[in-house]
Design a protein around this ligand. Sequence first.
Ligand SMILES: C[S@@+](CC[C@H](N)C(=O)[O-])C[C@H]1O[C@@H](n2cnc3c(N)ncnc32)[C@H](O)[C@@H]1O
Length: 249
Amino acid sequence: MADASPPTAPHAPLPRHYADSGQRDRYVRALFDRGAPSYDRINRIFSLGTGARYRRDALRRAGLAPGKRLLDVATGTGLVAREAVAILGSASDVVGLDLSAGMLREARAGLTIPLVQARAEALPLADASVDLVSMGYALRHVPDLVLAFAEFRRVLRPGGRVLLLEIDQPASTLALAALRFYLGRVVPGLSRWVGQGEKDSRMMRYFWDTIDTCVPPEAIEAALARAGFTGIGCEVQLGIFRAYGAVSA
Ligand SMILES: C[S@@+](CC[C@H](N)C(=O)[O-])C[C@H]1O[C@@H](n2cnc3c(N)ncnc32)[C@H](O)[C@@H]1O
């Protein structure tokens, strides 16, 4: 009998970037490895308000406070982890995890937290070992949302929370056209000059293409529910910045 569960990939394969889905993994890793040295600079210039303050406020609203332990999945250069350390006042209570060795190298330059090279969908952490799992702007890159969210739930203590930051397409056609022009054309074009040429332009083009083709917010919330989370909610700012939150029962 066919599996009745809906597919939980965050987006369909992107032939503009890789020939088939079997190559996606290698493509994503190489993309972020190469783009890592320019990531913070590009982010600072084009972040649209998703900067340090936004990340720190989101962590606070998710309940991060001194004494708690956080796992930051897809930490990249550590932009979320850095804000978590500032809130906790302790580098040893934050673990950063990422697929890309290049990103972790950049993170290591500015952070003293434990950094682990691993995948969101196979976390090398013990069951019930953290109070909060955060993931900033990376759910579009995992191969399977339910698989990754189930892993988040496994490592969370009962009552622990997950926080997922994401950019979504705005509902208004005009706003969507403006965002598409900015993130799909302006940012990749200028990243070639602001960053280090074609590889950074490609990274930012991929950034937009995955937003443009991402499953809708309801599918992300449904994946959280299928992974066993409760109390699922989402704060939306300016129609595009989404902070999903949920509780591990
Ligand atoms: C756009 S960056 C986000 C970095 C950071 N969280 C932030 O807020 O800016 C996406 C990151 O996801 C990582 N990534 C992609 N797929 C992953 C996976 N399956 N498991 C863990 N990390 C992954 C990439 O290496 C990259 O560092």
